[in-house]
Write a protein that binds this ligand. Structure first.
Ligand code: TXA
Ligand code: MG
Length: 341
């Protein structure tokens, strides 16, 4: 029989750290999303992460550190521009891919000779790493589900499959960290996130990997293995509609699917919510405050399931700044169902 997962308060970090040191998996809040942590230097513990999430074995993990010195011990080289990125954005939502040190077990990097590292800025995450050592941690969702932005989301997906969750309330960014490959030249953006491309380019040149837009040539391997998997998908069919005629198109699609007996929901900027009547509206925040939108999209994708919505029509936003990360996640939630109206 499955053992129930402990729900711990942020005053119980000693207990959480003891479980981690004993090789167990513990979920914890970061400033982006909840992570599912295990001791990065213990291969059996890290295997537990893959088992609990049902994560494909070839998708490498990010190691979370509490200091730049700790991160430096896990890699063999830090190019000058990578050090500049660390200085500018750590602690914070930026992950750097660097040459892996031999002491890091291969299971962490899924056999790659590179390692993804970051220093989170969430005080609970930092304290836990100080107590337990570096933590390998993917987002704490079942593989393929929207990333968790609340402890309840982790419980929904992983109760009985992991030792504990530290409940630190809702996370701030809502989308995962920006991932930059610092091994290739020029550096490549592998996943847009909290730190924007515009911000990265104020420090050094970073080009966008075509995999970010799902554009890989036939037979080409993605540089970030995570990019090839369908992600962030609720049970509802998600349609992402962008362009000048998005509103009309969403209304037509809503009518069409309602006629077929489907429960339809629309996820739109809050300032557009009043345009849609007779449909369940999930306001995603204002385009004037993109962090409001990034913080809400995964929660809304999960709420759509709770509302038993069959078809979720999502209005696209501009790709500028944080919009790039938001649109990247929405495209992946929609899979093939992307419409330019
Ligand atoms: O904000 C975040 O980054 C969250 C929190 C918990 O820190 N973590 C997270 O981890 O999003 P995960 O495992 O869901 O996503 C990690 C991404 C995957 O797309 C993976 O393929 C990529 O980083 N990645 C990890 N190691 C890599 C490596 N050595 N080379 C290229 N990509 C790598
Ligand atoms: Mg993930």
């Amino acid at each position: 029989m499955a053992v129930r997962t402990l729900l711990l308060g942020t005053n119980e970090l000693d207990r959480a750290a003891a479980l981690l040191r004993a090789g167990q998996c513990v979920a914890f809040p970061t400033e982006t999303v909840y992570g599912l942590g295990a001791s990065a230097l213990n291969p059996q513990a890290v295997e537990g992460i893959f088992a609990a999430k049902g994560r494909p074995q070839d998708n490498p993990l990010i190691v979370h550190c509490a200091s730049q010195e700790q991160a430096a011990e896990l890699v063999t080289d830090i190019p000058e521009e990578a050090a500049a990125l660390m200085k500018a954005f750590w602690p914070g939502p930026l992950t750097l891919v660097l040459p892996k040190g031999p002491q890091v077990p291969d299971v962490v990097s899924a056999g790659l000779d590179t390692l993804a590292v970051r220093i989170p800025s969430h005080p609970v995450a930092l304290r836990l790493i100080e107590l337990a050592g570096p933590l390998a941690a993917p987002s704490a969702n079942l593989s393929g589900r929207p990333s968790p932005t609340k402890a309840e989301h982790v419980m929904t997906d992983l109760d009985g499959r992991i030792a504990a969750v530290v409940d630190g309330g809702e996370t701030g960014w809502g989308v995962e960290s920006t991932v930059v490959d610092c091994v290739s030249r020029p550096f490549r953006l592998l996943r847009p996130g909290g730190v924007t491309l515009e911000e990265l380019n104020t420090v050094c040149q970073v080009v966008v990997d075509p995999g970010v837009y799902g554009e890989l040539n036939q037979g080409e391997k993605p540089r970030s293995p995570g990019m090839k998997y369908r992600h962030y998908a609720p049970n509802a069919q998600v349609f992402l509609v962008a362009g000048d005629r998005a509103e009309e198109c969403i209304k037509e699609l809503a009518e069409e699917h309602q006629r077929r007996g489907c429960k339809v929901g629309v996820m739109v900027p809050t300032e557009h919510a009043s345009r849609y009547s007779g449909i369940t509206v999930l306001p995603m925040g204002s385009t004037a405050n993109l962090q409001e939108i990034s913080a809400s999209i995964y929660r809304l994708l999960r709420e759509a399931d709770e509302l038993r919505i069959d078809v979720l029509l999502v209005e696209g936003i501009s790709e500028e700044g944080l919009g790039m990360a938001i649109m990247n996640r929405l495209r992946r939630a929609a899979g093939e169902r992307i419409i330019f109206a």
